[in-house]
Design a protein around this ligand. Structure first.
Ligand code: 3PY
Length: 254
């Protein structure tokens, strides 16, 4: 049985004090209200990860994720943070290839493949993001495009390594636009991606791969999205910044 995961991507939001308050609120709510089998991954800005660790340990049911890492383990890369550094402060997951990083920092599938390698070598689990633009969805082979992102970013891995990867399908047209994929659109893509993984690694690995939906998933639409057979939880942006909304999303995945 594959794991259900709800990850909160806080992006570049919250002061230190606000982050501390949100973190403890979410952890307490998870402790009190989440009874089912769903892993909660909190991904605050990197600056807060070390201090977040103590709360997350106290909570027990929650893991910690970074929003990015550099592909190299160390070196003269001013301002960057490496996977071994994240591992050394007890981070569990790292988001790799979010569309905002692909767009604003021009991250390519080739570079993302290196980030995936670095994360896995450090014992971090990559949450590998993929997704198509609106133009591609309306005018092109958007399924082929997303499959290629997976092929180029991940299919160099052995099946043992691939087993530690989580995939997040996040259509770019649904990020920060208020638009969400319908549950049918999400299911169709998740099904295609699972088939694609089966073609490379076999059906058993594909059935065990957690594929999250992201892109304006929120307290109102999460239950419908998560009811789809190939949608195994979510990578949540804006709704992860409000504890009650985020908890509603988490509970929808149980
Ligand atoms: C969103 O929900 O918009 C996201 O980008 C999550 O990563």
């Amino acid at each position: 049985m594959r794991k259900k995961i709800v990850a909160g991507n806080w992006k570049m939001n919250k002061t230190a004090e606000e982050a501390k308050a949100l973190l403890s609120e979410v952890i307490n709510m998870v402790k009190d209200e989440v009874t089912g089998d769903v892993e909660v991954v909190l991904c605050p800005p990197a600056l807060y990860l070390a201090s977040a660790r103590q709360y997350v340990t106290a909570g027990g049911k929650v893991s910690l994720g970074a929003q990015n890492c550099h592909e190299k383990a160390s070196g003269a890369y001013t301002g960057e943070i490496s996977a071994p550094m994240l591992q050394s402060i007890g981070v569990d997951y790292v988001i790799i290839g979010h569309s905002e990083r692909r767009q604003y920092f021009e991250e390519t599938n080739e570079q993302l493949a290196e980030k995936v390698n670095s994360a896995l070598e450090s014992g971090l689990k990559p949450i590998f993001c993929c997704g198509e633009s609106r133009d591609l969805r309306e005018n092109g082979d958007y399924i082929g495009f997303v499959k290629d992102q997976i092929t180029e970013g991940l299919f160099h891995l052995s099946s043992e390594s691939f087993a530690n990867v989580v995939i997040a399908y996040e259509p770019i047209w649904a990020i920060g636009t208020g638009l969400t994929a319908s549950s049918g659109q999400a299911q169709d893509m998740h099904f295609e991606l699972r088939q694609h993984i089966a073609g490379q690694y076999g059906d058993s690995v594909a059935q065990d791969t957690t594929i999250l939906y992201g892109g304006s998933a929120n307290a109102q639409n999460a239950a419908e999205l998560f009811s789809q057979p190939d949608v195994d939880g979510g990578l949540i942006g804006g709704a992860s910044l409000k504890a009650r909304d985020f908890l509603t999303v988490v509970k929808a995945a149980q």
